[in-house]
Ligand binder design. Sequence first.
Ligand code: BG6
Length: 513
Amino acid sequence: MSRQSPKVIRSQFLSVCKMNDSFKPGPFLMIVFGGAGDLSRRKLLPALYHLYRDEQITNFIILGVGRTERSDEEYRVEMGEYVSKYSGDLFEKVKWDAFASHLRYISGDVSDAKLYVELRTQTDSLMKKVGIDNLLYYLSVPIGVVSVIIDHMAQQKIWLTQKQSKVIIEKPFGKDRDSAKALNTKVLEVFEESQIYRIDHYLGKETVQNILFFRFANSIFEPIWKRNYIDHIEISVTETEGVGTRGDFYEESGIIRDVVQNHLLQLVSLVAMEPPVGFEANLIRDEKLKVYRSIRQFTPEEIAQNTVIGQYGAGTVAEKIAVAYRKESKVNTKSVTPTFFAGRFFVDNWRLAGVPIYVRTGKRLKKRVTELVVYFKHPPLKLLGCGHEEMPPNAVVMSITPHESINICFSVKLPGMVDRAYPVKMSFDYQETFGRDYSPYERLLIDCMKGDQTLFPGAEEIECMWSIVDPIIRYWEEKGDKHLPIYEAGTWGPESADRLMQEDGNEWRCYDE
Ligand code: BG6
């Protein structure tokens, strides 16, 4: 009997990996709960307008839902003012008017069944007119309201076929692991996982997506992307803005729920994850999940050692007087809500065991910066005269805000008669090379219409991220106003944040110039 030769298993990605090709959405109807709210004004409608201006979307209706009564025309005029403010040079009145003719508005109370009956009627009639490929429900509402809407939607059965209807839910998804789990269960009673798009706009940012491209589309970085070569990693998401008009939202959420549980942990996972088996939603989600499961869970003592919170007091930011958080509108005058967080996390996996990942984020800080820096170890010997520990270490700096760029920092010989190393950098600037920035919402909306969930966190991922921050939130909430440093607005936050770095002989990257 002849032995069968073993089957040769070839990776489907050896020759080519099928990637996202350009896609033009067919006719769609988007129903936006919170259609006149802060996010719709600042991000969502500007993004949809840009997509229209760029002829990415042509045949559609956007139906804003809100509490305040407005006619369609009033809605168009009001939103036009915001979009012109937030789109800057990209705003053209003629284009806006053409776009605005696709906007409709309906007012009502989201907890009243009447609203959904009305929505059902409008949806049916609009669908007859337009013939819809995609029916998108965008839930840009406080998280407590999401389940109310989902319940009503289920009762009114306001969707097309399962495949065509999608629900997009803004972050924060829940307020802790239990509520996120309950919300996942509720939404999954009505929608399939493939129809649920939990949005984290950081994942739509070009440089955030670029973390994976930088790591896995090149072969020179991956071999050194590990504990043997990396000394530490630093991630900053610092803002100069205060809470603005969102005091009530912020009182409920605070910085950890607002930014750490989602944007910051997403950045940690992208920098720490293993190469996925392929570039698809589930495969990438699997790798990110492994990172979340490897993030060290702290005991209460370790939370005190490895995390710092703070709240902004009055000060001066960009030469303007800024009031203290407790004086902001809709904020409790005795509030203990943190507006600053710094932490030292450890990803206890094979790749990064022992490499500290320092993160910091806060409102009303000195500069607006979103940056991820991977610092490498110093060379082992002092071959080049001057003490190399005086030289900045090699670093890969991925900047997301204010300019999207990647810089590689290294040392060269200073010209002339001296033997001295001198720090320089190689730069890649997104704007300079590609000529324009894309708003993350543009990319995410198109992906959603296409049915591509790669840039959207899955149910389990969200729950895992809450498991990381829940004990930290609880610990600091129990402390109340004890140990809540008040930092002056326009500084880099409480001094205790420096301690985290100094203990390990490091310091936060300086953004002062
Ligand atoms: C949002 C938070 O998700 O992200 C805001 O709710 C924060 O509080 C914002 O200001 C930061 O995003 P970006 O894109 O401006 O860095």
